[in-house]
Design a protein around this ligand. Structure first.
Ligand code: GLY
Length: 365
């Protein structure tokens, strides 16, 4: 399969995104990144036996090998994305006496990428890192754009840093062994890009959802490419989320409230975003900003990706209000939401009829 390459344009901190089948085994690509360097691979306890051994073999077969090659496997799951687990990365870096020219490679999903990136941002005040995302969700979203960090018991992603990687290297072959729930969770973020920014991509997704669910390589590669392209454009325009970048959070305010209420890890992030996007579409519809037919079209697509379209039955309107008030988009105590004004066009706004939101939440009991 052909290599597709994109760039995240951030001046002297610009970096490439390479998308390629079997990229993990592409020795030439790795040579330039790791030759002669101190390399720490951060992964998780599941990938430690699934993907890590062959990746290590590839790196050890390089004509010019890394000077040091160490690994640390974090426990697998969003519930471990915290300061305690983060310390495992610092322990490994310090125990092996890595200096400030070392390279951290994040080999895993969003949890590994966020934590390895945050550790790279903080270790000796910043060392280089590369994102090697292994889930669909991390390939299309969390590995691109430099958001790194951990959760706190009182809120998701509340402790972190904007810190860009040197490159994002996406191997589509690893999606073959992805559990079905994880595939659906990734598709939530893919659908998000169509809803917020590209009606043609939304139509492409409607035509290709069966192929994506069947993991057809060409369909997946295009969906990843287009998603990364949209994300790269938004990040280049607003790296630190002063404005437009917040549209990437469609469904996330509701979704984070779900994750927080259910306990991190109970619902996958993408599942919570699926239900959250359905709720954001419903609200956009009751505000008169999308038509009932557009709302139905969006919800049907979310459903076809085998994602939840309703919130958890044990969550009340009050639970949502509490969780949503913790969102980072709350400014001066005012809740701002990402909503649709037509399909393919999103706004971030506090300027909506709050009675419609109150009514939506009241109906949950
Ligand atoms: N996942 C949303 C962002 O990176 O801004």
């Amino acid at each position: 399969m052909t290599l597709r390459t994109l760039s995240v344009d951030l001046g002297d901190r610009s970096y490439p995104i390479h998308i390629q089948k079997d990229l993990l085994g592409d020795i030439e690509k790795w040579q330039s990144f790791v030759a002669g360097r101190q390399v720490l691979i951060v992964t998780n306890s599941t990938l430690e036996s699934l993907i890590l051994p062959s990746f290590l073999e590839s790196l050890q077969a390089l004509p010019v090998r890394p000077q040091k090659l160490e690994t640390v496997a974090l426990p697998d799951g969003e519930q471990y994305k915290d300061l305690t687990t983060l310390n495992m990365i610092f322990d490994a870096l310090l125990a092996h006496r890595f200096d400030r020219r070392c390279l951290v490679i994040a080999l895993g999903g969003g949890v590994v990428g966020d934590m390895a990136g945050f550790a790279a941002a903080a270790y000796q005040r910043g060392v280089e890192f590369i994102q090697v995302p292994t889930t669909l969700l991390s390939q299309v979203d969390s590995s691109v754009g430099g958001k790194t960090g951990v959760n706190h018991a009182l809120g998701k992603n509340m402790i972190g840093a904007f810190y860009q990687p040197q490159a994002v290297l996406i191997d589509t072959k690893v999606l073959g062994s992805l559990p079905e729930r994880e595939l659906s969770a990734g598709l939530a973020e893919v659908i998000k890009y169509g809803l917020i920014a590209d009606i043609d991509f939304l139509a492409w997704l409607e035509n290709n959802m069966d192929a994506l669910m069947a993991r057809e390589s060409e369909a997946l590669a295009y969906a990843i490419y287009r998603s990364c392209e949209i994300k790269a454009e938004v990040v280049a325009a607003d790296e630190r989320e002063g404005g437009i970048r917040a549209i990437l959070n469609l469904g996330h305010t509701y979704g984070h409230a779900i994750e927080h209420h259910q306990g991190y890890g109970a619902w996958l992030h993408g599942e919570a975003v699926g239900a959250g996007m359905a709720m954001a579409c419903e609200l956009s519809c009751s505000l008169g900003w999308i038509t009932p037919a557009e709302n139905e079209r969006a919800i049907k697509l979310i459903e076809r990706a085998k994602l939840p379209i309703l919130p958890p039955v044990n969550m009340t309107g009050d639970d949502f209000m509490k969780g949503m008030s913790l969102d980072k988009k709350v400014l001066d105590g005012q809740l701002r939401l990402v909503l649709l004004k037509g399909l393919g066009s999103a706004v971030v706004t506090a300027d909506f009829d709050t009675q419609c939101l109150a009514e939506q939440l009241r109906q949950l009991g």
